[in-house]
Design a protein around this ligand. Structure first.
Ligand code: 5GP
Ligand code: ZN
Length: 114
């Protein structure tokens, strides 16, 4: 746990956030500034600053994220219409919160990447 990390605080329940998914190792909640009708963030409870920092010893978190994404995409009704999964990494990736998180965006036609 990083003391001043926003997503550490959210994932441990400090702000009474509504979780769409919750396990001891992963939570999912809605983005505060949604960029699509469905915009959910998947946040490990362990503090990894970026995808670069997921240790090889943790060989389950990315699988759990995949399974949680499948579940929430279906619950949100976007699994068949389609959606996008993104993790921003460091400066060129446009990362703003330095605690690993994966975005699920869906519910509208998304533009081309760039
Ligand atoms: P990044 O650019 O780091 O991948 O995205 C960070 C995301 O976290 C942004 O989409 C932003 O809207 C979201 N965010 C930042 N602060 C909060 C917060 O306090 N609560 C929630 N639910 N989302 C947040
Ligand atoms: Zn953190």
């Amino acid at each position: 746990m990083a003391e001043d990390c926003l997503f550490c605080k959210i994932s441990r329940g400090d702000f009474k956030t509504e979780f769409l998914y919750q396990s001891p190792t992963l939570v999912a909640f809605r983005d505060i500034h949604p960029k699509a009708p469905t915009h959910v963030l998947f946040v490990p409870t362990a503090h990894y600053a970026t995808l670069n920092d997921v240790p090889s010893a943790d060989d389950t978190i990315m699988t759990e994220i995949t399974q949680a994404i499948q579940k929430i995409a279906k619950a949100e009704g976007v699994d068949q219409s389609g959606y996008r999964v993104i993790t921003n990494i460091n400066r060129h990736g446009g990362q703003e919160v330095f605690h690993l998180h994966v975005h699920l965006l869906g519910g509208r036609q998304l533009g081309s990447m760039g």
